[in-house]
Design a binder for this molecule. Structure first.
Ligand SMILES: Nc1ncnc2c1ncn2[C@@H]1O[C@H](COP(=O)(O)OP(=O)(O)OP(=O)(O)O)[C@@H](O)[C@H]1O
Ligand SMILES: [Mg+2]
Length: 387
């Protein structure tokens, strides 16, 4: 039953509104507050679907209440109640985010209509938010092997901290997924997650990409531009393939980590940044250090916490789950009817040498779904999954 909060200093009006909403229609639960402060307190401590708020009130007027609601619970619609003198204000509150306004004395039908519409809209907003959360289903981490369970428990512990994390593991094992989880489960999840693929950016551009540049810093720099570190402010920067970063960029990253500030290329002005760094690599950084391609001091700065994602060959018990997961996903995406895998087919897939790890497994499942029979058989696997 949706709860409605009425904030109104005139007892008579409060009573009328409350009566209409709770008696004429028994679908609503009503709470009353005599002024804005009391209203805000109630709003904080309870779940409301809607706020009805008078405009002229002592202590805190309706506009201030509206602004406070927009700050603390922006998804709750606010309907203003306007007296004779403040119709203009009422109209103006719409621009501040009020859902609608009703005039005093309240008209029964208009009131019920407005309330119904506002509650419907709220449901829509909440539903949209839920859908947005679902987008991160893209980063679902399937698996029940010790390796995956350990990674998940590590993420739970590490994500809420500010510690830097280095994620290592072979190609296609899910390092990017781990990085997304770390961000999504952190207090920075409302801030941005900025991904930089250090291997994909030419070495002469990486510094300007990470730190930005000022106009004239180099030939093509025709205006000031912020870099990824600044873009990640109050969020997380994910330095993917960090093992491929040039030594001179490494020196600059090290400096940024030490100082919590960056300098745009061509400028010596320090710009403060509040960024958590997560890095990933499929290279053996110890070896890179030995061979002089990676700075040891940077390694120690990045690898405060080390998460090693195991190769698929080391967690074969996850393969049936992963096959099922990808099969469902692929058939759903391509709008084809569901397909199952025979137990012999699954067993054979479990024995393969998965050098390309989960990414390779996904591709093989896709191929089998397209080419295999209605139930994918051992023969299908032999025919189509060989490399
Ligand atoms: N545990 C998992 N459950 C479901 N899907 C997964 C899992 N791990 C990885 N994947 C999928 O496998 C693919 C490769 O994962 P990802 O890109 O995270 O790997 P990576 O380690 O970053 O690889 P690379 O080193 O090549 O960049 C992605 O499509 C990802 O969604
Ligand atoms: Mg990756």
């Amino acid at each position: 039953m949706p709860k409605i909060l009425i904030i109104e200093d005139e007892a008579a009006i409060r009573r009328v509104l409350s009566k209409i909403l709770s008696e004429e229609s028994d679908t609503y639960q009503v709470e009353e507050a005599e002024d804005g402060l009391e209203g805000i307190e109630k709003l904080k401590s309870d779940d409301f679907g809607l706020v009805l708020c008078d405009i002229k009130m002592p202590k805190m007027d309706g506009v201030e209440v509206l602004e406070a609601v927009k700050l603390i619970k922006p998804e709750i619609p606010v309907v203003m109640i306007s007296g004779h003198g403040d119709l203009d204000t009422a109209v103006n509150t719409m621009r501040l985010g009020a859902f609608d306004y009703i005039s005093k004395p309240p008209d029964l039908n208009r009131l019920l209509n407005t309330v119904r519409n506002a509650l419907d809209r709220k449901e829509l907003v909440v539903e949209n938010k839920r859908l947005k959360k679902k987008v991160s289903k893209k980063y679902e981490m399937i698996g029940e092997s010790d390796g995956v369970v350990q990674i998940k428990s590590m993420i739970e512990k590490v994500a809420p901290t500010e510690a830097r994390v280095l994620i290592t593991g072979p190609n296609g094992t899910g390092k990017e997924i781990v990085a997304h989880w770390l961000h999504q489960k952190s207090d920075r999840s409302n801030g941005p997650l900025i991904e930089v693929n250090c291997a994909a950016i030419p070495s002469e551009l990486i510094e300007s990409e990470l730190f930005g540049h000022v106009k004239g810093a180099f030939t093509s720099a025709n205006k000031d531009r912020a870099g990824k570190f600044e873009a990640a402010n109050s969020g997380t920067i994910f330095l993917d393939e960090v093992g491929d970063m040039s030594l001179s960029a490494q020196a600059k990253v090290l400096r940024a980590l030490q100082e919590n500030s960056v300098q745009r290329v061509g400028s010596d002005k320090d710009i403060k940044v509040d960024v958590r760094v997560i890095a990933a690599t499929n290279k053996d950084l110890k070896k890179e250090i030995e061979e002089g391609r990676f700075r040891e001091d940077l390694y120690h700065r990045l690898a405060v916490i080390l998460i090693q994602v195991p190769a698929l060959n080391d967690r074969r018990e996850d393969i049936p789950l992963l096959v099922e997961h990808f099969a469902a996903k692929i058939t759903n995406e391509q709008g084809i009817s569901k397909k199952s895998f025979s137990s012999k087919a699954l067993k054979l897939l479990q024995e393969y040498d998965w050098t390309g790890n989960i990414r390779e497994l996904r591709n093989v499942v896709e191929r089998l779904i397209i080419l295999g029979g209605s139930e994918v058989s051992e023969t299908d696997v032999k025919l189509f999954a060989s490399k």
